[in-house]
Design a protein around this ligand. Structure first.
Ligand code: BGC
Length: 754
């Protein structure tokens, strides 16, 4: 019999020798002690041509294959951008019927952007990324950063507004938050997908200066500052090439100028040409043989443009493998950050922290547009009876709207939130007022609501007015919804006005009760012909799972509103630049000739308004908006001190620092957003009256004062010179304007660039 010590040492010897053998046999691509680029080269050297090709395209609606033989995992993608989408069948858009795929819906990106708070953006990304991780997703299809060009764009609610600076600053922390979970973001839709109408059949014509100053900066920030590991191409065309296979956007700008090392993912069904897909910068093809939303085509994956057709071209010697290896290199690099990253966290779903994040972002994003006579916050001593009126007080909003539609653990409706907050002290009663959209299903996810209504519009209005008359407060909750032709993917809105006769209902309520607050749930600006009749207006966006609670907190004053508009509300549609100067939904003659109906007859959309988008247009042309970019009130008051600059003159490689004090002069703690705009006083080219170049949200107790500091360099003074293909800061005088809205500049200071 062997002695115990001998057994132990024999065991040690055997296991040590196994270990030694094992370490020797760990291939380089799996060896975490080796540099990633070396591991990639090793993996590449072991892959067959077929395995490489397989990696470039989908194997199901939302996944792409790895290399099973080598243990390189599949990639699983998911929408995005406000929560993790439910599971669909392998090859269909229909529900897979899982019971463990409900999640928390976060406020839509318009609401996030309206917080003007970069910390909120990080919290959002981190929480959402944790849910994606728990659901075992590797790529989150978002965030969306297409610039708000027209209030009719059905997808504006998924984006971050009209300003490239605000969007750039808000998108970076979101990306970092998501990716801290080992989940890649896919910032979308690159580029120029600024409307839904004709999204598959249009060609955008935009000058270089406008492209670089307005439409590209958020994408540039997302990849260069945010390091988004993937980026999604768009559906539309630019310079006659589809954006997801576009030499100019993907190769020249993204990969060359910005030195992007990540993966370009196509939008779903955005590829239609193998040669272009090979050569023009696309890396990963998804959704071909579908229209992106409803149509599917079983087992078509071998027919993808980057599948058999690509393999055939290589085998026939018609194309080499340089592009192929570059694409696979990028995909492997992504794998080491996501699927093959052993240090990633596990994630979680619907934690108390996630609910709190959703609620807080909702509260901070809500914008108090008008509050004449301080109708809000609701004075609980005076509120014996509160009337809640309007369909959006009871309508589920997380279902619908296109690919961002969600299957949620719960959604607190405005009426429920208001009842929970005020119900103990006051009698809260509801009347619908009008009927809008009674639908409640998207891709098989059902809201479970029955919103059918038999009564006539007159009867509904009569009931609402009677209730309003007998109440102390009236909270009207209306706006748009996620039905087709509203705030929804695939189509644009048909008109700027509120749908379903809401204007008439609001006017009637304004006559019935002075204590009226109109709450608009939407991701877009709307016309407000009743603006003067109504004392209080709240822009409440789509706030996700905690919608009702966030809204009730603001109505009660538990949360002091601090949101600011991320886009302008024009008085009428024609006041918007794209509608007055530019082309929408496309060139008029071509429209009349029936262009845009299919991909063989695309329509051109010329952005004649150029750089004058949003407030840049309104300010420069002196067209007074209904509510301006950056606008948002509070239940307290703030005062700005006198702006100061640390120098009078700066040189081209210098920085300049501005300071301004902000003081809470009211009786309630609250937050103000100090906004810095720069105005070029004299220039050889047209410049907008002013442009946002800094913002900071400051939290202040009553009487408290803080100093806000903005440091800028010449990039904040530059314009894009298309001839030089470079940014130019022209010497001369500038003005730094500081205030709490683009139309409320409180203080300014002049300086000179040498
Ligand atoms: C949308 C994308 C989305 C994709 C996958 C497309 O129709 O444009 O934003 O991520 O579908 O659902």
């Amino acid at each position: 019999m062997l002695k115990k010590t001998a057994i132990v040492s024999l065991f040690t010897l055997i296991s040590a020798s196994y270990m030694a053998q094992n370490t020797k046999t760990i291939p380089v691509y799996l060896d975490e002690s080796k540099p990633v680029e070396q591991r990639i080269q090793d993996a590449l050297s072991k892959m067959t041509l077929e395995e490489k090709i397989a990696m470039l395209h989908a194997q199901s609606k939302f996944s792409s294959p790895g290399v099973p033989r080598l243990g390189i995992p599949e990639f699983w993608t998911t929408d995005g951008p406000h929560g993790v989408r439910s599971e669909v069948k392998w090859d269909e858009w229909d529900q897979a019927g899982w019971t463990n795929d409900s999640i928390i819906a976060y406020p839509a990106l318009t609401a996030l952007s309206a917080t003007w708070n970069k910390n909120m953006s990080w919290n959002y990304g981190k929480a959402l990324g944790e849910e994606a991780r728990y659901r075992k997703k590797d790529i989150l299809l978002g965030p969306g950063v297409n610039i708000y060009r027209t209030p009719l764009n059905g997808r504006n609610f998924e984006y971050m507004g009209e300003d490239p600076f605000l969007t750039s600053k808000m998108v970076v922390p979101y990306i970092k938050g998501v990716q801290s979970n080992g989940v890649a973001t896919s910032v979308k839709h690159f580029a120029l997908n600024n409307q839904e109408m004709f999204r598959h059949t249009s060609n955008v014509i935009v000058d270089d200066r406008t492209l670089y100053e307005i439409y590209l900066p958020p994408f540039k920030a997302a990849v260069t500052e945010g390091d988004s590991w993937t980026i999604m191409g768009a559906y539309d065309m630019y310079k006659g090439q589809y954006a997801s296979q576009n030499q100019y956007l993907l190769n020249d700008i993204l990969k060359k100028e910005w030195n992007y090392k990540g993966v370009v993912v196509s939008d779903w069904g955005a590829v239609n040409n193998t040669e272009q897909a090979i050569h023009n910068g696309l890396d990963l093809e998804f959704g071909s043989w579908t229209n992106g939303l409803s149509d599917g085509h079983s087992n078509a994956y071998d027919n993808y443009y980057l599948a058999q057709p690509y393999l055939k071209l290589i085998k026939e010697g018609k194309v080499g493998t340089k592009e192929l290896d570059d694409k696979v290199t990028r995909l492997l690099r992504l794998a080491y950050k996501t699927t093959m990253n052993r240090n990633k966290p596990f994630g979680n779903i619907a934690s108390e922290e996630h609910k709190a994040v959703a609620k807080e972002i909702g509260e901070e994003g809500i914008v108090l547009l008008k509050n004449q006579g301080n109708v809000l916050p609701i004075d609980i001593n005076k509120a014996k009876k509160i009337a809640v009126i309007g369909e959006n007080a009871i309508k589920i909003m997380t279902v619908g709207g296109g690919s961002s539609s969600l299957k949620v653990k719960y959604e607190t409706l405005p009426l429920d939130g208001i009842k929970a907050r005020f119900g103990k002290q006051a009698d809260v009663q509801y009347a619908r007022g009008y009927v809008g959209d009674i639908g409640g299903e998207y891709n098989g996810v059902k809201s479970g609501q029955n919103l059918k209504e038999e009564r006539s519009p007159e009867a509904l209005l009569e009931e609402a007015v009677a209730l309003a008359k007998s109440s102390d407060y009236v909270i009207f909750v209306g706006g748009l919804n996620k039905a087709d032709f509203q705030d929804s993917e695939g189509n644009d809105r048909k008109s700027y006005g509120l749908p379903y006769n809401q204007d008439q209902v609001i006017s009637a309520l304004a006559k019935a009760n002075k204590n009226l607050a109109v709450v608009l749930v939407s991701g877009n600006a709307v016309a407000m012909p009743w603006v003067k009749e109504v004392p209080t207006i709240v822009q409440a966006w789509y706030l996700g799972s905690e919608a009702g609670n966030s809204l009730a907190a603001v109505l009660a004053g538990d949360a002091n509103p601090s949101g600011k508009l991320p886009f302008t509300f024009p008085v009428k549609l024609e006041d918007n630049a794209a509608h007055q100067m530019g082309e929408y939904p496309g060139n008029k003659e071509e429209l009349a000739a029936g262009k845009g109906k299919d991909q063989k007859n695309p329509i051109n959309i010329k952005y004649n308004e150029g750089i004058l988008v949003g407030y840049r247009w309104h300010d420069t042309k002196k067209i007074k908006p209904l509510f301006s970019f950056g606008h948002g009130l509070s239940y307290t008051t703030f005062e700005f001190g006198k702006a100061k600059a640390d120098k009078k003159t700066m040189s081209q490689d210098d920085t300049i620092t501005f300071t301004v004090t902000v003081k809470n002069t009211g009786k309630k703690a609250g937050a103000e957003v100090a906004q810095l705009y720069i105005s070029d006083l004299k220039s050889s080219v047209q410049r907008p009256a002013k442009e946002l170049k800094g913002f900071e949200k400051v939290f202040l107790n009553p009487g408290e004062e803080k100093e806000v500091t903005f440091t800028i360099d010449k990039t904040a003074l530059s314009f894009f010179d298309a001839d030089k293909h470079d940014w130019v800061a022209e010497p001369g005088d500038f003005e730094a304007l500081m205030g709490n809205s683009s139309d409320a500049i409180k203080t300014k200071v002049k300086f000179t660039l040498k």
